[in-house]
Structure formats: C-alpha cells, structure tokens
Design a protein around this ligand. Sequence first.
Ligand SMILES: [Zn+2]
Length: 195
Amino acid sequence: MLMTARTHDLAAITALGALLIVYPVGDIKLATVLVAFLANQFGGIAPDIDQPTAPLWRNLPIGRLFGKFVGKGLGGHRFITHSVIGLFLAALLMKALLLFIHPLMPNVDINLVWWAFMIGMASHLIMDSLTKEGVPWLLPLPFKFGFPPIRAFRITTGKSGEKMLFLTILAIDIWYIAANYTHLVTVAKQIIARS
Ligand SMILES: [Zn+2]
C-alpha cells in the first residue's frame, strides 16, 4: 500500500519551505524557483518508481506495464530507492543530469535545484518511515526502520492516520505562511523584480 502522492508532494514542499528559513535565497531568479519547485515535487514521489502502482507510472499510457518491469528491476516494493544508497545514487545522477542540462538554462541555479530535489526525496523516506511498513534505510541490511519504533503507533497508509498527517502538515504550512506573510510577499516581489 502506497502513501498517496498528495501527501508526499505536500511533505516535499513543506521540507523545502523549512530549508528556506535557514538558507539565504540570495539573488535567485524566478526560473530557479520554478525549476526547483518541479525538482522538489519530482523528488517527493521519485522513490516510488520501484512500485508498479506508483502515480508516476499510473499517469503514463503504458505506465502500468512498464512500471512492473522497473519495479522488478529495482527489487520491488520499498527497496533500493528507499535507502541511503538510493539517496546517494540519486544525488549523483541528479548532479550529472543538472550539469548536463545547465547550458540549456544558464539562468537557473542548479545547486539550489539539486537541493530541492534531494530534500523532496529525503522527505519521502521520512514520511514512509512513519508508516507501519517502515523503510529499509540501511540496505543491503535487510531491516526496515520506522518511527516511532513501536509499529503499532505508526500510521497505516491510505487510512485516517494518513489523512490526519496530511491535515497536520497542511495546518503547519498555513501557520507558516500566515506567520511570515509580509516577509514572503517581499521576497516574492524581489524575485519577480530581478527576473
Ligand atoms: Zn515510498
């Protein structure tokens, strides 16, 4: 059972927002913001490419069939893409990809885009760790870890526990936007003026 893409997307953008509190955005341009946002959302659902029912595959015409093959290749449900090694490999791949396409979008700060992707991906593993199934963080060690460590206290994906979690994160986001509204508007105006 998968945690929904909706929950992962929200968690990814929330994690990115939390980073922006401590990371000085400097002189970033609108193009960077947009590409970073896309990379962040992609990172938020990317680990589920190892699952044939993932939203990524479901939304493509021949996705279901293709997803089954990819799922088998990556070891099936919550495997390599849900581990530290997977994070590390994704980090290298994403770096290479961004360096390759940077000439096509020279105005984009690819370092920030890379961070946005990695934060999205890490948030995915953290969110999955809150579920009963847990996450094999230390592959190839065959153990799944979760938080809280006692399985009964974790949430069941797709059930009311996940909805509660979604609403809690949403509430935090609304509070965050309300509490920093003036600042956020100022930053947004600066970014637009600069672009
Ligand atoms: Zn997952």
